[in-house]
Design a protein around this ligand. Structure first.
Ligand SMILES: [Zn+2]
Ligand SMILES: [Zn+2]
Length: 219
């Protein structure tokens, strides 16, 4: 992705617990907590207010935005702020921009809207370690992996091919095929340089991810 838009990066291990297979996605009726929408992401220069969120989307500075957040299900009722701005529920929530990627960074989306991808094999890049990342916008742990992969790519890691697959929800065709029995997102499938599946991981264990990539490079 070569967008010049700075995307704010939300990370939170806390939500990983909410992201288990089978449980309703955050934001569905009956749950107190909302979903982490894109509404707290801002473009361009990010200036944090005293609430540690981007000032221009802070609902405590801009009460007129409350309705918009609530309509999209991005609302933490117990704390009276958008879920995507609730540092009480997501203490490690940050709004760091994703690093800018060079033109040679090998990143591509295979699915943006939960559509089925019948086979990963066809998309593996022999000679590189291919990382297939199944994620959802409401999954904060996914952003942690996303940010980490972007850092590696931004640092010029030419051995990496990063393929992103947005499952959107547990019921999507993509999720039904690949993440049905996965306990939590993100779900990452790593192919070795031989173009064959090597390992899969779930959750945001960055050390395990780095180790698996290093091992896959020797396949
Ligand atoms: Zn504020
Ligand atoms: Zn909260």
């Amino acid at each position: 992705m070569q967008s010049i838009i700075l995307r704010s990066l939300l990370t939170s291990a806390a939500l990983a617990a909410c992201a288990g297979a089978g449980s309703p996605p955050p934001g569905t009726a009956g749950t107190q907590h909302g979903k982490l929408s894109e509404l707290s992401r801002v473009e361009g220069e990010i200036v944090l207010c005293e609430h540690q969120v981007p000032e221009q989307v802070c609902t405590r500075h801009h009460p007129e935005l409350v309705a918009q957040f609530q309509r999209s299900g991005d609302w933490c009722a117990p704390h009276g702020v958008p879920e995507s701005q609730c540092l009480k529920c997501h203490p490690d929530l940050t709004f760091e921009p994703l690093p800018q990627l060079g033109a040679d960074a090998d990143v591509a989306w295979l699915a943006r809207a939960g559509e089925d991808v019948p086979s990963l094999d066809a998309h593996a890049v022999p000679g590189k370690v291919t990382v297939f990342d199944f994620y959802a916008d409401w999954c904060a742990a996914c952003r942690k992996v996303d940010g980490h992969m972007y850092e590696r790519l931004a640092a010029g890691d030419a051995l990496l091919a990063y393929r992103k697959l947005n499952v959107v929800e547990w019921e999507s065709p993509l999720a039904q095929r690949y993440v049905k029995s996965v306990p939590s997102l993100p779900f990452v499938v790593i192919y070795g340089t031989d173009g064959k599946p090597f390992k899969s991981l779930h959750g945001a264990d960055l050390a395990a991810l780095d180790q698996a990539i290093a091992e896959a490079a020797r396949q």
